[in-house]
Ligand binder design. Structure first.
Ligand code: PFF
Length: 438
């Protein structure tokens, strides 16, 4: 059977932006910024996106477009059958399963909040989030979210993923922009903006390492790097356009959405709630839900706006979760001749179980969604960079150059050397620091 490909270049870009834009932008990013020195953090974060994120994205694109395979098959084949490199690729497939296990639980919370916004169930009930976040009902909503994800993935690359993200991604941007305009125009919003974007250089100076770690972890997560998502999505490219151009567009849009999310969340909290609640200040998993939900309680048409807000979060989460499920599906389809339908069903069955375990166990959920994921992404991306830089080497440069314009081509050699040397070292040092090894 011939392998599927995207219908258009725009389809690929929107799918990749859909993967990148998710809970990482709408939930994690604003809090990380506020907790790590405001716009001082933003500067470090933008630097890492530019110097580590974009080159990393390009390395994954090159591997994917060159091999036209899932991560495991790509590394195995491009290394002429090296089992060890195959295992590095397989680690990505495994990471995708781990990621989806916890992401789908959060997806379930969002699904529940969309419904609860319609009925107003959480209005006047600050304990709502704690009551629903873990347990049998959380597991049931995780299963529902996983069902939606599987339904799109089973449709295939063109009729499933591309069709869905072509509608969802623009909708996310437009709805978020409208919400930001509304939030900023509320009286009292300035305090929120000041809190969000306050340039706290002292904080940065006092905590350079933790800020760097936070920024690096966030950069990888938000760009969906280190798992092989971008390898898989680029493997469906039919024609050779400039990867550097597409990668830059994806990084810019993704960063823009993160900043925009902060412009919704903080003005809203300060204008309507007079600041951050206890839970929100801790930035725990409940922050977005508890604080934003209670802010909506106080405005006219609050329920309607809340449906819109959680609706955006739901679309963003779905367009990311499909990219996670697509990795193991592509692996089974490419390497083991399993039909897309059986692969999707079988994997959904597996994640149904692992996600349920996360939904029933808050401690496990916290460990998996934090340190475990950070470690897997960092190690995974370091592996992909070394592979593209040293194993593919000149071929990586040739693949990068195909379809590129003059400026992108001029940056080819510096790109190759950065993914060969500085960037893997940077990632391994960050990893060592977070594991307490360095
Ligand atoms: N980038 C997504 C987000 O910001 O929510 C999360 C993600 C998706 C991470 C896909 C990794 C991945 F492979």
């Amino acid at each position: 059977m011939t392998r599927e490909s995207w219908t258009t270049r725009l389809g690929f870009i929107l799918a990749a932006v859909g993967s990148a834009v998710g809970l990482g932008n709408l939930w994690r990013f604003p809090w990380m910024t506020a907790e790590n020195g405001g716009s001082a953090f933003l500067v470090v974060y933008l630097g890492i996106i530019l110097l580590v994120g974009v080159p990393g994205l390009l390395a994954e694109f090159v591997i994917g477009r060159r091999s036209k395979r899932n991560p495991a098959g790509a590394l195995y084949r491009l290394s002429n059958g090296s089992g060890s490199w195959g295992i590095v690729g397989l680690l990505g497939v495994f990471t995708a399963l781990v990621l989806l296990s916890f992401y789908s639980v959060v997806g379930g919370w969002i699904l529940r909040y969309v419904g609860a916004s319609v009925t107003g169930a959480y209005f006047g009930n600050p304990g709502y989030f704690d009551a629903i976040s873990f347990g049998a009902e959380a597991a049931a909503f995780h299963v529902a979210f996983l069902g939606l994800t599987s339904l799109i993935v089973v449709g295939g690359v063109r009729s499933g993923i591309e069709k869905a993200t072509t509608v969802m991604t623009p909708l996310i941007v437009v709805m978020l922009a409208a919400l930001a305009v509304w939030a900023i125009s509320q009286s009292g919003a300035d305090a929120g903006l000041a809190f969000y974007l306050d340039f706290d250089a002292d904080y940065l100076q006092a905590n350079p390492i933790s800020v760097l770690q936070a920024a690096a972890g966030q950069a990888l997560f938000t760009l969906s790097l280190g798992v092989g998502t971008m390898i898989t999505y680029a493997s469906y490219l039919g024609e050779d356009n400039s990867l550097a151009f597409d990668g830059s567009v994806i990084a810019i849009l993704n960063t823009g959405v993160g900043v925009l999310a902060g412009l919704v969340v903080f003005p809203l909290l300060f204008a309507l709630q007079g600041g951050l609640s206890e839970t929100a200040a801790g930035g725990g998993p409940g922050a977005l839900f508890v604080s934003v939900a209670s802010a909506f309680q106080q405005v006219p048409f609050g329920q309607l706006l809340a449906v819109g807000f959680f609706g955006v979060v739901l679309l963003a989460a779905l367009s990311s979760s499909i990219s996670m499920l697509e990795i193991p599906v592509a692996y089974l389809v490419d390497e083991h001749d399993v039909s897309r339908r059986s692969a999707t069903l079988g994997l959904a069955g597996l994640i149904l179980v692992t996600g349920t375990v996360c939904a029933l166990n808050p401690d496990l959920f916290t460990t998996v969604s934090g340190p475990v994921v950070d470690t897997l992404l960092t190690a995974g991306l370091a592996g992909f960079l070394v592979f593209a830089g040293w194993v593919l080497g000149g071929d990586a440069l040739a693949e990068y150059g195909t379809g590129s314009g003059r400026i992108a081509r001029a940056l080819g050699v510096p790109w190759l050397w950065s993914i060969r040397t500085v960037l893997p070292v940077f990632l391994l040092v960050t990893l060592g620091l977070s594991l307490g090894l360095v």
